[in-house]
Design a protein around this ligand. Sequence first.
Ligand SMILES: Nc1ncnc2c1ncn2[C@@H]1O[C@H](COP(=O)(O)OP(=O)(O)OP(=O)(O)O)[C@@H](O)[C@H]1O
Ligand SMILES: [Mg+2]
Length: 397
Amino acid sequence: MTLAEVGRVAFEAVTSLTRYRHSWLAVLEPESPGFAKILQVSGSQAELVLDEVPLVPVEGDEMMAELIRSEGVVVVLDARTDPRTNKEIVSRVHNRTILNVPMRLGTQVLGSFGIGTYGDEGVLAPTPEELDALVVFSVQLSAAFERVRASERHRRVEQERGVLELRLEALQRVELMGVLAAGVAHDLRNLLTVVQTNLEVVAAGPDPEALADARMALRRSAEICGQLLSLGRSQAPRRERIDLDARLEATLRLVRPAMPTGVRLSHQAHPHAPVIGDPVQLDQAFANLIINARDAVGERGTIEVVTDAVTFAAAGKKHPGWARPGHFTRVSVLDSGAGVPPAILGRIFDPLFTTKKHGTGLGLAVVSSVVQQHQGLVNCESTPGHTRFELYLPAAE
Ligand SMILES: Nc1ncnc2c1ncn2[C@@H]1O[C@H](COP(=O)(O)OP(=O)(O)OP(=O)(O)O)[C@@H](O)[C@H]1O
Ligand SMILES: [Mg+2]
């Protein structure tokens, strides 16, 4: 329940039990010391009162001063003539009879609850029953009011905690960069050790195998550096018109020699719109997906790279939750491997997340950052034997 709702309930009750058609609720808040804040007004004068006197100064207003001291109802029969009222306010909102009762919680004054008449309604003297009704409601209102305030305070505390948690997350990201740097440095050092020991072997006499190992370690180091660079890259990506299928063919030619003989790697091109983007970044994203697929299928299986066009309609509710309306060119990489277990599906794009003995866990983080830089979408669906990674790039034109 909100404060406004509590007020509304009290207003309805008091107008049904008394002859007064106007009621108001004012609160003393630490944020506006020296003023009573009109929280809510009911009746035909509501807008006028809220516009004209949102804050009633307590200082110099005898009626307010008395109200804060009082235990019971402060009766002002005619605000125009009663010496205790603030005449400036009365002339603006045309009060006549004012019946105010303080809302107390223990010794603390929370505010006041009042009923009365305005303008042409003239003066209306309260009956003892009406005064009683007002007091009873103010007691109930005080209790409800305090409950609502407590829950609002609680909500504020929760909100602040939310903000703190966000900050913590940001800090953890910074920490993650540290972990990332440490992890990468570790990998690179291991690879450099491999290079060094093998070169020492070669220095002692020709050894093709040692040379090949050194080369392999250097290539892997270069790969890691390339991925790190693209992950940390903040400069704007190149924007060129790209022939996706031609580039995919080139990437496949590069990775084919690294495929076990039992793996069938194919490319299916369906009609699609051209895309504008950074060819180097996109190549890297596709290569990362294809290499993951190779790791997933092992010694035998199939890997298919498919391009096609997809439109997510603006009005249609048919497209999945992660999508957004628009025309896209889609590149899908499908493999027949064991699949991504559902439990880790939410983490595979996180930097450093890997289930592989020698993985860096950067591959999909790079994919996701490249896709983001191209205002695209990425999606993964996986069941054992059927894994599909899809990149959606905005169609040019
Ligand atoms: N096609 C796939 N099939 C099954 N699991 C996958 C597939 N692609 C990625 N994964 C899972 O996602 C994890 C993260 O992939 P990512 O490419 O980011 O890192 P990695 O492949 O482990 O390491 P690196 O890319 O440095 O070799 C993988 O370790 C693997 O568990
Ligand atoms: Mg990978």
